[in-house]
Design a binder for this molecule. Structure first.
Ligand code: AMP
Length: 363
């Protein structure tokens, strides 16, 4: 029997699929509003479990464990989107699942995602590729340089190969390492933006201002918030994001990553139906953080104020950068967030720091 979630009252339990830092910061925000969180993930001592009331340790396709989890919680949400379809279906039989399956299905496959987005907003040209021969044919069509990506399970640049004009296609195909890939035309980037929108069950909106994201080695390094943009481009980015969230019939949070080309055009890169690394600045610079907003949307509560009271720079602490925690704590304007990960590894997101500035600082 599904539970009543209109709205879900404080004291209830939010089930979160995934145990990473996004789940951790969601659980902390949920706790502030009087909710409990129950994490479902395969790893013991996960960042999210450390700060949550309960954890179910299980594989994402463990039917019995998923069923018990669905029965134990009042609503189910996700801190990452790579959950098998059958598992989401099963959870839906026991609890209200937000966002719905469509958001997850679109976001977990780059081909489905680009096809869906293309109905709404421009993307870079792309082709489906299933062999080295396909790859060569696709590169001849869309041109070089191009970027080969795995269709599924890719993140932070993992599974991506640059296809240069003198490419060895067999080697590039083997390097990508998946059965289905997507070849994208390389975008001559001026910069990268993202927009985070919250959408409530009744269709209400709250939208954070667009931010600028700077990547190092394909991993987000720094977010500048808000981005310094013309009013027209900011409006276009927000309109695109609303149209995508509407198209998904999303309840929860949606992050939309956009490229700005050197010609000044906006192209959508990808979407994530959950809190996003480029929204971490909201924790210290907005009245309602993206994590609290996510909880509010998923529980059917009124959405909170998203107008920043400060400008901000969010810097990820990746790998050994987290060793600087003591110095960061003694920095006056720095707000440090660490994720409780025991082992420092290259490329691993260990925490982030938000530095605040008066409004208008970036203009
Ligand atoms: P993604 O995993 O698709 O978000 O890619 C990670 C990063 O790689 C992006 O944020 C861009 O900096 C870069 N990138 C991805 N796709 C392209 C592309 N088609 N053209 C140029 N740069 C790209």
């Amino acid at each position: 029997m599904k539970k009543n979630v209109h709205p879900l009252a404080p004291g209830s339990t939010i089930g979160i699929m995934g145990g990473g830092q996004l789940g951790r910061m969601t659980a902390l925000a949920a706790g502030k509003l009087g909710y409990k969180c129950h994490i479902y993930c395969p790893e013991a001592d996960s960042p999210a479990s450390q700060v949550s009331a309960a954890t179910t340790l299980g594989a994402y396709d463990d039917i019995a464990a998923l069923k018990a989890f669905g029965e134990a919680v009042d609503v189910v949400t996700f801190e990452f989107e790579n959950i098998p379809h059958e598992s989401v279906q099963l959870l839906t039989e026991h609890a209200v699942v937000r966002p719905g399956w469509k958001s997850l299905a679109v976001a977990q496959d780059r081909l489905v995602e680009k096809e869906f987005i293309n109905e709404i907003a421009p993307t870079t040209p792309f082709r489906k590729v299933e062999s080295a021969a396909d790859l060569e044919a696709a590169a001849n069509e869309i041109g070089r340089p191009a970027v080969l990506k795995t269709a599924r399970m890719g993140y932070d640049g993992k599974g991506q190969v640059l296809i240069a004009p003198d490419c060895d296609y067999e080697a590039a195909w083997a390097e990508m390492g998946a059965e289905i890939g997507i070849l994208e035309a390389f975008v001559d980037l001026e910069r990268e933006l993202s927009v985070i929108v919250a959408r409530s069950p009744g269709g209400g909106w709250a939208t954070y201002p667009p931010v600028e994201n700077r990547h190092v080695n394909h991993i987000l390094d720094t977010t500048i918030a808000p981005a310094v943009l013309s009013d027209d481009m900011a409006k276009e980015a927000v309109d695109i994001s609303h149209a995508i969230a509407d198209g998904l019939d999303l309840v929860g949070l949606l992050a939309v990553e956009l490229f700005v080309t050197r010609g000044g055009k906006l192209l959508v890169n990808e979407i994530a139906p959950r809190p996003h690394n480029s929204g971490h600045w909201t924790m210290d610079a907005c009245p309602t953080s993206q994590f609290e907003q996510f909880v509010r949307a998923v529980c059917g509560l009124p959405l909170g104020n998203v107008t920043p009271h400060h400008d901000a720079e969010m810097k990820n602490l990746i790998g050994s950068a987290a060793r600087g925690w003591a110095d960061l704590m003694s920095e006056g304007t720095a707000h440090l967030h660490l994720y409780g990960k025991a082992e420092i590894r290259d490329g691993r997101k260990m925490g982030h720091v938000n530095r605040l500035y008066p409004r208008g600082h970036w203009k």
